[in-house]
Design a protein around this ligand. Structure first.
Ligand code: 13P
Length: 336
């Protein structure tokens, strides 16, 4: 694959009106979600759920790529087709989560550093052989009055850069995800300040490690008030602060910024994304979504009550009431 190919993969993922479905929850995380629905988490039930998401009618209209988990990329659909091929056949690019999780940072136990660099080159090669064309690595930054420490920011930026560089070497487009958590009581101003520091460190590390910015995507969180902050910023304030911060810290060579939903309600995440996209054009990069929970929660919530075909929400438009009718109950019934 040439660098031109990597650029075109990155562009395809954020083609007009499209975004990314993050369906890469680890087994413990997906098991917790199934538990709330009384669904037993087995290899089979997880496969059924993922297949249902991937074959959701109309998915390819809005979804340019899907991030899978290691278990999923090795699984086959009910008719025996590898799930990566199920996606490719619809024109959806298969992606893969390659970090092995955020672990306590030695010397600063309230912070984390994301691990997974050991043996990464070989794993990337294997995933590419299975059809993956892009990858994801999530760094987690805790925000308080005193945190993050510069040690934490730099350790995570360094790991993101080493991961991204290895991905490009192995012909995968890296999604670089520095998530500043929304837990806590911080103001939107504090979030903007810390997000700026984190993005600055990340792009500095990407430069030092020779990462081609044209061949990656950035997956940040929005600049937003902490969940427990007494003053919750309005949708317009979030959009203005987010876009301003990104403009100051994200080089124009990056083809796309794909936001995670970070535990926001699906409607609010979409309202924020719409508002960011409404702000002054042209933007230096495409702005879209790479939502996990905001795409899946409505389906999961509806799962036990509604039995009709599930559809994924269109990006950048308000979510219609009841649009996420789910076949989960039907699909999972046999698994219980
Ligand atoms: P959420 O949209 O649920 O935050 O998940 C996206 C993701 O990929 C987090 O790593």
């Amino acid at each position: 694959m040439t660098s031109h190919d990597l650029e075109s993969v990155a562009q395809t993922l954020v083609a007009e009106g499209k975004g990314i479905l993050a369906a890469d929850e680890t087994i413990p995380t997906l098991t917790r979600r199934f538990d709330t629905l009384g669904i037993q988490s087995t290899e089979q039930s997880r496969r059924t759920y993922r297949e249902m998401l991937f074959t959701s009618p109309g998915a390819a209209e809005f979804i340019g790529g899907v991030i899978m988990y290691d278990e999923t990329v090795r699984q086959k659909s009910s008719d025996g087709t590898p799930l990566a091929e199920v996606l490719t056949a619809q024109g959806i690019l298969p992606g893969i989560k390659v970090d092995t999780g955020a672990k306590p940072l030695a010397g600063s136990p309230n912070e984390t550093v994301t691990e997974g660099l050991d043996g990464l080159r070989d794993r990337l090669r294997e995933y590419h052989g299975m059809g993956a064309r892009f990858a994801k690595w999530r760094a987690v930054i805790h925000l308080t009055d005193a945190l993050p420490s510069s040690g934490c920011v730099n350790a995570n930026a360094h790991a993101l850069a080493r991961y991204a560089s290895l991905c490009q070497e192995q012909e995968l487009v890296p999604i670089v995800e520095p998530e500043v958590l929304m837990d806590g009581s911080h103001t939107i101003e504090r979030c903007e300040e810390v997000t700026g520091v984190v993005l600055h460190a990340v792009f500095h590390a990407l430069f030092e490690h020779g990462v081609a910015l044209e061949e990656m995507l950035l997956k940040p969180y929005m600049v937003i008030s902490g969940k427990k902050c007494t003053r919750q910023a309005s949708v317009e304030e979030v959009a203005t602060a987010t876009l301003g911060c990104l403009r100051r810290h994200v080089p124009a060579a990056v083809p796309g910024v794909v936001f995670l939903s970070g535990g926001q309600h699906a409607r609010l995440a979409t309202a924020h994304l719409n508002a960011i996209n409404r702000l002054a054009s042209p933007k230096p990069w495409k702005v879209s979504f790479s939502y996990g929970r905001a795409l899946q929660d409505p389906a999961l919530e509806a799962g036990l009550a509604v039995r009709s075909s599930m559809t994924l929400p269109p990006p950048c438009s308000p979510l219609p009431e009841g649009a996420h009718a789910s076949a989960i109950a039907a699909a999972m019934k046999q698994e219980r």
